[in-house]
Write a protein that binds this ligand. Structure first.
Ligand SMILES: Nc1ncnc2c1ncn2[C@@H]1O[C@H](COP(=O)(O)OP(=O)(O)OP(=O)(O)O)[C@@H](O)[C@H]1O
Length: 541
């Protein structure tokens, strides 16, 4: 994940990294130069001041450059992650998306991608300070190799303790990243369950105290534990620096040679190194958090099964559809039960108007999803005019369908079908559905979506009409409509569609209109059968 990101942002990444490294080196060179100036004869100073001015100006310019580019890098990295995750989600199989859940998807798109982007933003800081520390050590080695060895030993002890603590802290941070995904599920419930929570005080109370607060508390505990360990590690790092400073000064004070330049050099470097070391130690936990988030995003991407694509032409019409031994099942882990569609065999001719009836939970929607290719069948297959639809052709097969499911989503604009002629056609349909006082299509978008559920469903129907596909599938479309629109739907709109050669499958409970169908199918506990249609009003319920 991070590798992919670096690849995508490589020029900015390289520019930031290079300017940060150079800035770090120039900073240390300036400190070394200051030490030289302090300990130089006055006749050697002019040239050193010129060097000083050159280094100071280049340092400031490089620092500015690195900060400006890193800001762009941070935004670009977030944009890259977000569009990458969004693209993967959009091209994932529906079942796979449903398994992952909306909360995890949102969490990856927001919080986790932000953490990775923040790491990128901190990168120049880490590199600059790493260079300052390394450069300081280099200068120390040049000043006195024995003190340098002592510095290395201290650094080794300091970083060994730090790494051990960090590994523990990383575990806590990773756990926190998972808990955060769970918390997002509850955040969704706050919005989606707002009515239920507002209407019931005790439900609201229990949700707040037993569900939400507990999840927040658990996340807080893990994060605090992770951060405490990091701070402990940072303190150990700080202690090792002071031990180093004390030990070195003690050693140098015992050396009777001319140690003024070495003493002042070390004093300057100690003071100069302290802040970069602290900044680095603080930046490292953020880098680990970014790593944990990048891992969460990468795992999420691996778990998302992608729709298979092939180069075959889109299927946009048919004469006959054969469904052969088609089945699909859901496993319910909690109850250890399976709901399965019994192998379904059915032949559908173009232009037929088919009603599908059956009790709640009998499998009508599941059948519609498998039949329209949204779910891959566990067994069996679909044949379109003698062509078997294999998995790689499923996406092309789906292009036959225009649907309005019960949990339809109404986009704020007409996607992929916007043009003036269609817009006019859409507005005519809106008028026919008596929505023209409320909404219109303008510049390819709906003027509003602030409508009742039934009205929104009518707009979804308009969108489906404009898509002009060969097969229309309506899942209880009329359930939220008043009697007048039910009548328009069953007696005008559906016959109009079949008159245009469209094939229509309507999932319905409206027995008043069963006589309008060419064929009547009934689903019972996953088993599909055909019922004879009596061409007059009757009830089969
Ligand atoms: N996303 C899902 N995950 C697991 N099981 C599911 C899922 N959706 C449906 N089921 C199971 O499949 C069975 C059939 O559901 P389906 O939605 O197909 O019924 P339906 O006939 O359309 O019902 P309704 O008339 O209430 O819409 C249900 O009993 C349910 O247990």
């Amino acid at each position: 994940m991070l590798g992919h990101l670096i690849k995508k942002t490589r020029w900015r990444f390289l520019a930031t990294a290079t300017s940060s490294v150079l800035f770090g080196l120039i900073s240390v060179s300036l400190v070394a130069l200051i030490n030289e100036i302090i300990n130089s004869e006055s006749d050697q100073l002019d040239q050193k001041f010129i060097y000083f001015a050159i280094l100071a100006i280049s340092g400031v310019c490089l620092q500015l450059l690195s900060k400006l580019i890193s800001e762009q890098l941070s935004e670009q990295s977030q944009a890259v992650i977000r569009s990458q995750v969004a693209e993967l989600v959009i091209s994932a199989k529906l079942e796979s998306m449903e398994r992952q859940g909306g909360a995890k998807i949102k969490s990856c798109l927001t919080e986790h991608s932000l953490k990775v982007a923040t790491f990128f933003k901190n990168l120049p800081n880490i590199l600059t300070n790493a260079m300052i520390v390394l450069g300081s050590l280099g200068y120390m080695a040049w000043l006195d190799w024995q003190v340098f060895l002592f510095a290395l030993l201290t650094l080794f002890l300091g970083s060994a303790g730090y790494s051990l603590a960090n590994a523990k802290a990383y575990k806590k941070v990773s756990e926190a990243a998972k808990l955060q995904d769970e918390l997002f599920v509850h955040f969704d419930a706050i919005v989606e369950g707002a009515k239920e929570l507002k209407l019931n005080q005790s439900k609201r109370q229990v949700f707040l105290s037993d569900v939400l607060d507990q999840a927040i508390e658990k996340l807080k505990t893990r994060r605090v534990a992770g951060a405490s360990i990091y701070h402990l590690a940072a303190s150990w790092g700080g202690f090792s620096i002071f031990a180093f400073i004390g030990g070195t000064l003690y050693y140098l004070s015992g050396v009777d040679s001319d140690s003024g330049k070495i003493m002042s050099g070390f004093a300057l470097l100690f003071l100069y190194m302290l802040t970069p070391l602290e900044v680095m130690l603080e930046a490292i936990p953020r880098a680990f958090e970014a790593k944990a988030s990048a891992k969460t995003i990468a795992e999420f991407q691996d778990d998302l099964e992608q729709i298979e694509q092939n180069s075959h032409q889109q299927i946009d019409s048919f004469t006959q559809l054969h469904i052969k031994d088609l089945s699909h099942s859901y496993y319910h882990e909690q109850s250890d039960e399976v709901f399965a569609l019994s192998p379904i065999n059915l032949t559908i001719n173009a232009g037929e108007l088919i009603y599908l009836v059956g009790g709640n939970g009998s499998g009508k929607t599941t059948f519609a999803k498998v039949f329209s290719g949204l779910y891959a069948a566990n067994d069996g297959h679909i044949v379109v005019d003698n062509t078997i639809i294999e998995a790689p052709s499923l996406d092309n097969y789906r292009q036959l369908f225009s649907t309005v499911f019960t949990d339809f989503y109404l986009f704020d604009r007409l996607l992929g079908v916007a043009n003036q002629a269609l817009e006019d056609k859409g507005n005519a349909l809106i008028k026919k559905l008596n929505l023209h006082h409320k909404v219109a299509i303008k510049d390819g978008a709906f003027t509003t979506r602030a409508l009742s559920q039934g009205q929104r469903k009518r707009l979804a129907l308009v969108v489906a009409y404009l898509e002009d596909r060969a097969f229309y599938l309506f899942d209880e479309w009329a359930a939220d409509q008043d009697p007048l629109f039910k009548d328009v739907f069953y007696t005008e709109l559906l016959p109009e569609l079949t008159a245009r050669g469209k094939t229509v499958l309507v999932i319905t409970h409206d027995d008043k209109y069963f006589h309008m169908a060419d064929r009547l199918l009934r689903m019972e506990n996953g088993h599909l059968s055909e019922v004879a249609v009596v061409k007059e009003q009757q009830s089969i319920a």
